[in-house]
Write a protein of this length. Structure first.
Length: 154
């Protein structure tokens, strides 16, 4: 398993496969996901443009099995300047094998530099993800619609 950043040309090459990972990882949680391929593609492009240094891809045998994206310089109306995790997705067949943990650990190394807090939003019924983030020290601090706000102090 290899976790790495990808440059712009690589991102263009692998975007289709990342779309497939996104769709696969959201099986059973579609209420929190974009569904149309065009919307997913535009969302993933936005994630990459937002902070390409905080967009990590996990490969196993040259196959993409997961990715995480964030932003080192985000703004939260309560916490001010923070690091933000936007997306963490692992293919269904690879979930439960520590891949999400490895991706999050690597992302936290990037986001905690220069930030006092790291935030994320997670679906209120995505109990597995909520427990996962809590195990990393994130705590629930608010809710908007179907989304829970979680914050971790660095």
């Amino acid at each position: 398993m290899e976790i790495c950043k990808v440059d712009e040309d690589e991102m263009k090459e692998i975007l289709g496969e990342i779309i497939d990972v996104y769709r696969d990882g959201y099986q059973g949680m579609e209420m929190y996901a974009y569904r149309r391929r065009r919307d997913i593609k535009n969302y993933l492009k936005w994630l990459y443009r937002c902070d390409n240094q905080a967009f990590l891809v996990c490969f196993e045998d040259k196959k993409i099995i997961g990715f995480i994206s964030g932003a080192r310089n985000w703004w939260d109306r309560v916490y001010g300047d923070i690091g933000e995790i936007h997306e963490l997705v692992v293919r269904k067949e690879f979930q439960g094998r520590g891949i999400g943990k490895r991706l999050l650990e690597e992302e936290l190394k990037i986001l905690r530099r220069g930030n006092r807090f790291i935030g994320l939003w997670v679906g209120e019924r995505n109990y597995r993800a909520i427990r996962f983030y809590e195990s990393f020290g994130f705590r629930r601090v608010g809710k908007v619609g179907v989304w829970l706000r979680m914050i971790k102090e660095c």
